[in-house]
Ligand binder design. Structure first.
Ligand SMILES: [Zn+2]
Length: 238
């Protein structure tokens, strides 16, 4: 190493044989430049998207473990926990894109030091874009926007009491609905909506589910009417 350093010291920067290289590094917080943002828009199947994000998260964990020389990185097939973490990572990307103002308000809230923060009705009224979320009393838990509601004292699981808030428009919501629809045996809109409520609260959910179910090719095929053949014209004339 010392020999190499001495060898390099013999060269001067202004010599004609020395090639000058320009190295540019940019850093931005724009969501469009985030690899997660690009991944979320690339897939047409929620499970495929979930797997890709899970592998990406594992790779990040692997790099961190190598840098810190701390723990052994995870090996082997993806685990259920990794798939669940991937789902939350996808949700964070979608929420950052659509509910950015709500997230900013909740991040700047005075009680952010507590693990769960919520906004009062008066605070939500000050921000016009948050009126849509006002009746849901949004919570911020671990960077994910969840529905507040009035079920905090019930015996239901936490995910059912405070489901993850999702917008109705982005393609990820359609993928999630279709994934649930296929897993539940191609059931109808009401059943799928109730099944999703265990984990997710989709704004304008009924309309969003109905719209997404129109994209299911299997249902289109099985519900299609029986074709009726048209009589051919007679070949012979009298
Ligand atoms: Zn179907």
């Amino acid at each position: 190493m010392a020999e190499t350093a001495g060898f390099l010291e013999d060269f001067k920067a202004d010599e004609p044989e020395v090639k000058k290289l320009k190295v540019c590094a940019t850093s931005t917080n724009e969501p469009q430049n985030d690899i997660m943002y690009r991944l979320v828009r690339r897939y047409s199947s929620f499970v495929d998207l979930q797997r890709s994000v899970a592998w990406l998260l594992r790779y990040r964990q692997f790099l961190r473990a190598r840098v810190n020389k701390s723990s052994n990185p995870q090996r082997g097939p993806l685990t259920c926990m990794e798939m669940a973490n991937a789902t939350m990572a996808i949700v964070r990307v979608v929420q950052k894109e659509v509910f950015s103002q709500a997230l900013n308000v909740l991040h700047n809230h005075a009680d952010f030091s507590s693990p769960v923060t919520t906004l009062s009705v008066d605070q939500l009224k000050k921000h016009p874009s948050l009126r849509e979320l006002q009746r849901l009393s949004p919570y911020l838990v671990d960077g994910v926007l969840r529905v507040g509601g009035r079920l905090q004292h019930s015996q239901l699981p936490t995910t059912a009491k405070h489901p993850v808030l999702l917008p109705s428009k982005p393609p990820v919501t359609d993928l999630l609905i279709l994934d649930c629809h296929v897993r539940e045996g191609h059931m109808g809109a009401s059943y799928i909506l109730n099944s999703l409520y265990n984990n997710f609260w989709i704004l304008k959910g009924k309309a969003a589910v109905k719209k997404a179910l129109r994209l299911c090719y299997s249902c289109k095929f099985w519900k299609a009417g029986i074709g009726k053949e048209q009589m051919a014209p007679c070949l012979y004339t009298e």
